[in-house]
Write a protein that binds this ligand. Structure first.
Ligand code: NAG
Ligand code: NAG
Length: 374
């Protein structure tokens, strides 16, 4: 079990351990034993007939019934412009490019007879076929990764420059002019989210774009507000409710920066119409003032989040509203090329997820870090 962010496997909820978050020395996780060794263990225990051994065997077998623990991810290229080396992330505009969906034919187009069927509808048909033909344990998943609109911390970092921001200003809650602890959206950030709202609306009507079936959001205010502005009032196809769930592990890199320390559960629940995941703590259990999560830990955390989400939801289309750093980590985890998202933008990623049994990935080695010197 990862000591840092422990996942409650019975409910699929994340209940990060409370207390000081020193980088753990080891990062062991429990994975289900192969069936064969469970059978051998069963025989062994049966030969030692005592109440206690039967009890233990029962425990092992019960854990075997739980779902497998993790996935191997790859990005399926050839469908979205963002996957191609020739697409420049600095100039690419998902809004004018149909979210990046490449205009092309698919081998499954013949089964869609109407000539008026949109590119997105034909893509949806292709995605369905991919899943139908996939071998057992393999899924094709479309993930819309969204970055929040501009927050006050983004503006403050521009005001002071990244070096001074990282070594000094980010550790404060504000400068008397701007306040950035659990940074709120600026007016510009709210406009970006409303523009994305209008974009979804028009794409749903004109293109029948694949609507998310399941929505998750970071617990930081700028993401909660972005998700609310983007999705409330959108008429989703039937069976696709506006059902955001707040996930602790979907947050930005943890520590030092006060903009990445979340508000309490009471505030979140009284401000937003979202449900929090089971086990969600009242007070931020992860943020620490003196160390910042390293990229290997960030990647491992986002991998754990994706595993958790996909293990407990059999849907095919997901929306994750998160942050620049966290999205960057998810892209590394699913083997996507680097593609820094600007504030208030979204990108679809087609992911192949294969169930894996056995030992998990190596523990991250690079510890959390103190702030740089000024
Ligand atoms: C994209 O660039 C990477 C790194 O330069 C390279 O390994 C990869 O083959 C390229 N992909 C395509 C489709 O050209
Ligand atoms: C939660 O946060 C709000 C707003 O910051 C604060 O007023 C309230 O006292 C906090 N409640 C708890 C239980 O921490």
């Amino acid at each position: 079990m990862d000591r840092h962010y422990s996942v409650n496997k019975d409910h699929g909820s994340t209940s990060p351990s409370i207390g000081r978050m020193m980088p753990p020395q080891t990062n062991e996780r429990s994975y289900p034993l192969p069936r064969k060794s469970i059978f051998l263990a069963f025989l062994l225990f049966c030969s030692v007939i005592s109440y206690k051994s039967l009890f233990i065997v029962d425990g092992v077998m019960a854990s075997d019934k739980k779902e497998p623990m993790q996935y191997r991810y790859t990005t399926v290229t050839g469908y979205f412009l963002q996957d191609e080396n020739s697409t420049n992330p600095d100039t690419f505009d998902f809004a004018t490019q149909n979210f990046g969906l490449i205009n092309r034919e698919y081998d499954t187009d013949a089964s869609v007879d109407s000539p008026s069927v949109s590119q997105w509808q034909r893509f949806g048909n292709k995605l369905q076929a991919l899943n139908k033909e996939a071998s057992e344990g393999t899924r094709y998943i479309l993930v819309y990764m969204a970055r929040h609109g501009e927050g006050w911390h983004n503006r403050a970092e521009r005001k002071y420059g990244t070096k001074a921001w990282d070594c000094y200003w980010s550790t404060l809650e504000g400068d008397g002019d701007i306040f950035w602890a659990d940074a709120r959206l600026t007016d510009e950030g709210a406009s970006q989210a409303l523009a994305v709202h209008a974009l979804w609306k028009s794409k749903l009507t004109e293109q029948s774009i694949l609507a998310p079936e399941r929505f998750f959001v970071s617990p930081l205010d700028r993401c909660l507000r972005t998700a609310q502005l983007t999705w409330s009032g959108i008429d989703l196809p039937s069976g696709r409710p506006f059902n955001h769930e707040v996930k602790e592990l979907l947050r930005e890199a943890i520590g030092i920066h006060t903009c990445d320390r979340r508000s309490n559960k009471t505030y979140i629940q009284s401000t937003y119409p979202f449900k929090v995941e089971p086990g969600f703590a009242e007070q931020d259990p992860l943020w620490v003032p003196d160390l910042r999560e390293s990229n290997p830990y960030l990647d491992a955390r986002l991998k754990q989040l994706l595993d958790d989400i996909f293990r407990h939801n059999s849907d095919t289309v997901f929306s994750l509203t998160s942050h620049g750093g966290a999205v960057g980590a998810m892209l590394r985890v699913v083997g996507h090329r680097e593609f820094p998202l600007k504030t208030g933008t979204i990108m679809p990623v087609l992911v192949k997820a294969e169930l894996l049994y056995g030992k998990g990935p190596e523990s991250p080695k690079e510890p959390w870090k103190p702030k740089p010197d000024c």
